[in-house]
Ligand binder design. Structure first.
Ligand SMILES: [Zn+2]
Ligand SMILES: [Zn+2]
Length: 161
């Protein structure tokens, strides 16, 4: 059983249909043959915008391992990227998570632009410590690299650590 089938198995029929409909509108282009197909046709699943903007996969068209650039092919706006992680939170926690994520700033190693984790499509909530490193794609220069993440909000209380 493919992973997709396994995931779909646990969904209600309505959710399954929505997941399929969304997956059909996320498109991916092969870097070798430029063939464009939906994530669904590739045997994948992309729901609530969860997943990576670039996928490494064997192309069903040219048969080569290739990097696929994923983009939204629907006529309506793309689903927000934060949904998947936020579905598990209550409304109040969601608002706090958003606020907190906006105070965590990631510095690009290439152009040194600072972007909040939130604006990078990420989320950081109730995180302990002061700094860490993570790979992000910089929204300013477009390069991926290890971003240094620092807390730049008001001093945090020590109660959470
Ligand atoms: Zn191809
Ligand atoms: Zn940059």
């Amino acid at each position: 059983m493919a992973l997709r089938d396994l995931v779909l198995w646990f969904m209600s029929p309505a959710r399954r249909a929505a997941a399929e409909a969304e997956s059909r509108r996320w498109m991916a282009t092969c870097e070798h043959c430029q063939h464009t197909m939906s994530i669904w046709d590739m045997g994948g699943l992309r729901f609530h915008g969860a997943g990576r903007p670039v996928m490494r996969q064997k192309c069903p068209n040219c048969g080569q391992w290739s990097s696929f650039h994923v983009f939204w092919g629907g006529s309506d706006p793309a689903p927000p990227m934060h949904d998947t992680q936020l579905t598990f939170l209550s409304d109040a926690a969601r608002a706090k998570a958003e606020e907190e994520s906006k105070h965590w700033m990631a510095e690009c190693p290439n152009c040194h632009a600072k972007t909040s984790i939130w604006d990078l499509g990420g989320i950081r909530y109730k995180a302990a410590g002061d700094g860490s490193w993570a790979v992000y794609r910089c929204t300013h220069c477009g390069k991926s690299g290890w971003h240094h993440i620092r807390w730049e909000g008001p001093p945090k209380s020590q109660s959470s650590s």
